[in-house]
Ligand binder design. Structure first.
Ligand SMILES: O=P(O)(O)O[C@@H]1C[C@H](O)[C@@H](CO)O1
Length: 306
């Protein structure tokens, strides 16, 4: 049974007065826990000390909140999730979004959710200048087919039963992201805009699935974030999502036919079978750690402008 009061009391027992009411929430994606490195007066609250919290089992995800002050002057009180929960770990959707609801109850008004994602869009390549995507919309096949975190009894009668999602991603926060990139003198191309496709994982996409998602209108694909977006919207928060593009999803225009290769082989030709490009979580983490600093600067700049 959900007991927000017990969770909140346990958290507050760790916090000095100035950190009791964080204004901004941040969710750190794979390899992105370095986002909290700039916090002043940081207080770490391990999830295992909070009733109702699960633990993350994914490499690159710590299991703790970091509270602190971020930005110029006195700084804004913020809270970051150093590690999130994914449904593929076996967590229920309500456990996945529980920390988001707790952040809302602690006083968070704006939430910046980050993730590592694969690129489906040739105009958003990896390893060159375009490595962050400000999410403008999402495509969530699990939501459309019965895996929606808002299914079932609501945690409060005050929440909307039928949540509109035509404005899920706050235009004013997205504006601040692009202004931050400008102030930080990032290349114009460093920050793209696009649609995030949520898949359950944990397997990465087949080429056919990648092509399907691209044709359906998605620019990047990942295994998290959308349940958190839905819960945050339901709780009335302003939401922004930043994806770090860590790899390309292979999307062939055509498949090389093994049948034809065999015919060629039987006709006496030397044949080399295709070797697929494969993605790994280690690769995802390496890029995450490399770019966490830039992402932190963008987030800090946004927080300064709120
Ligand atoms: O938590 P995020 O979405 O950043 O993690 C991504 C998606 C999978 O959990 C994992 C795959 O490498 O990285």
């Amino acid at each position: 049974m959900v007991n927000f009061e017990a969770s909140i009391n346990a958290i507050k027992a760790f916090l000095p007065d100035k950190l009791q009411h964080p204004r901004v929430g941040i969710v750190c994606g794979s390899g992105l826990s370095g986002l909290a490195d700039e916090f002043k007066d940081i207080v770490i609250v391990p999830y295992k000390e909070i009733p109702g919290f699960a633990s993350s089992t994914v490499p690159g995800h710590k299991s703790a909140f970091a509270f602190g002050l971020l930005g110029n002057g006195e700084g804004v009180p913020v809270v970051a999730m150093l590690g999130r929960f994914h449904p593929y770990e076996g967590h229920s959707l309500s456990s996945v979004v529980y920390p988001i609801r707790v952040m809302a109850k602690l006083g968070v008004k704006d939430i910046i959710i980050t993730n590592a994602a694969g690129s489906l869009n040739p105009a958003i390549p990896v390893g060159t200048s375009k490595f962050f995507v400000v999410v403008q919309d999402h495509l969530a096949l699990p939501n459309l087919t019965g895996m929606n975190p808002l299914l079932g009894p609501q945690t409060s009668f005050d929440l909307p039963r039928f949540l509109p999602l035509s404005d899920a991603y706050s235009p004013s926060l997205r504006r601040l992201a692009f202004l931050a990139a400008h102030r930080l003198q990032l290349k114009d191309s460093a920050l793209a805009e696009g649609v995030y496709a949520w898949v359950s994982g944990p397997s990465y996409e087949t080429p056919a699935e990648g092509r399907f998602l691209r044709q359906a209108g998605a620019d990047v694909v990942g295994m998290s974030t959308i349940p958190e977006v839905l819960a945050a919207k339901e709780e009335g928060l302003n939401v922004m999502v930043l994806s770090l593009v860590t790899n390309f999803v292979v999307i062939p225009d055509t498949y090389r036919s093994i049948k034809d290769e065999v015919k060629a082989e039987l006709a006496g030709k030397k044949v080399e079978l295709p070797v697929a490009q494969v993605v790994s979580h280690e690769e995802v983490l390496t890029i995450g750690k490399e770019k966490a600093g830039v992402l932190m600067k963008i987030v800090e700049n946004i927080v300064d402008s709120l």
